[in-house]
Design a protein around this ligand. Structure first.
Ligand SMILES: NC(=O)c1ccc[n+]([C@@H]2O[C@H](COP(=O)([O-])OP(=O)(O)OC[C@H]3O[C@@H](n4cnc5c(N)ncnc54)[C@H](O)[C@@H]3O)[C@@H](O)[C@H]2O)c1
Length: 306
């Protein structure tokens, strides 16, 4: 079975990918510096290296482990933090990606799968974005993730390092911390479980495409075998307003809590949804979770931790 190295495998999305890979019989190596991830998320069957993707030690790990595939999930994902301190996430998300690509090339890794984001599109203004839509990030985070995409494409153009770029919509599910992209769901759930009214920034009419983490893990698994030099949206195509999200969570938790409203945040897009047709065609991937099903599963996991 293939050996796969997952960066960010101690984080939210990476750890679910690792679990799925191990379940399917892959050999898995995890690289994570635990800046936001947690050792307790790392599957016991994975080999774990606490290493920063910016550090030259990355070379030694890749040389020693000789993975056939790298799934690059490690990043700083705080949109608001990127506005305050663009250098921090710019460095990890661009130079860190470059350091990995360089090492992958030097050590003859066969394929590189890159976790990108809907934030590269900026505000889709009511459209369901396709991969051919213009890229126009409105946060430093979105810009840094797009820079990573460009490096990935260049390593193919110059050195034939095979790649797939997966642009995730707003991912949610168990183990998500309330700080990153899509963090609205753990914030709302954790507060509303404690009978605390959630805060909505802006009118509540802004909308997002929420995708369950298990569907994202499946897309990564399929990309290992099928994707070739493609950029693919990984979303549901459905835009849900934050107002409606709040109502769904009230329903699932059996609450009737009103929201408090505060002014909108800088760098927050108003509307985004991703058209998933290309990923469906190229990877034979489809979502297995409606928002209600994914929210119910997430709430059940939170309940089991109480
Ligand atoms: N969560 C979302 O909704 C979402 C949406 C679109 C794209 N993404 C992308 O998915 C990926 C995973 O995001 P997540 O939500 O799981 O975030 P996360 O913070 O839970 O996971 C990121 C992981 O990367 C690790 N990491 C950060 N900097 C590192 C470094 N310098 N060296 C080594 N490890 C480092 C962290 O410790 C953490 O374990 C990111 O690339 C992100 O840009 C996430």
């Amino acid at each position: 079975m293939l050996k796969v190295l997952v960066t960010g495998g101690a984080g939210f999305i990476g750890s679910h990918i690792v679990d799925l890979l191990i379940q399917k019989g892959y050999e898995v190596v995890v690289v994570d510096n635990l800046v936001t991830g947690s050792k307790s998320n790392v599957n016991a069957h994975a080999v774990f290296y606490e290493v920063d993707i910016l550090h030259p030690q990355i070379d030694e790990v890749i040389k020693k482990e000789a993975p056939e595939v790298i799934l690059h999930q490690a990043a700083l994902v705080f949109v608001q933090q990127s506005i305050k301190d663009p250098l921090a996430d710019g460095t990890v998300n661009t130079i860190g990606t470059l350091n990995l690509l360089r090492s992958a090339h030097l050590n003859n890794v066969g394929r590189f799968i890159y976790a990108s984001t809907c934030a590269v599109y900026g505000d889709a203004q009511g459209r369901v974005a396709t991969e051919d839509d213009p890229v126009s990030p409105i946060s430093f985070y979105g810009a840094s993730k797009y820079m990573g995409e460009m490096y990935v494409r260049l390593f193919y153009d110059l050195y034939k390092l095979d790649y797939t770029i997966l642009r995730y919509a707003n991912v949610y599910g168990p183990r998500q911390q309330p700080h990153g992209e899509g963090g609205v769901i753990p914030i709302f759930m954790q507060n509303m479980k404690k009978e605390i009214s959630p805060t909505i920034f802006g009118t509540g009419l802004q909308s997002r495409d929420f995708i369950y983490v298990q569907d994202v893990a499946t897309a990564n698994l399929l990309a290992i075998a099928k994707g070739k030099q493609q950029t693919l949206n990984i979303g549901t195509g459905v835009a849900t307003s934050i107002y409606d999200l709040h109502q769904h969570i009230n329903e699932i938790l059996g609450r009737n809590l009103p929201a408090q409203y505060k002014p909108e945040l800088m760098g927050d897009v108003k509307h985004i949804a991703l058209n998933p047709e290309r990923a469906q065609k190229e990877l034979n991937w489809k979502t297995g979770y409606s928002l209600k099903k994914g929210l119910a599963e997430t709430a059940a996991v939170y309940d089991s931790m109480d």
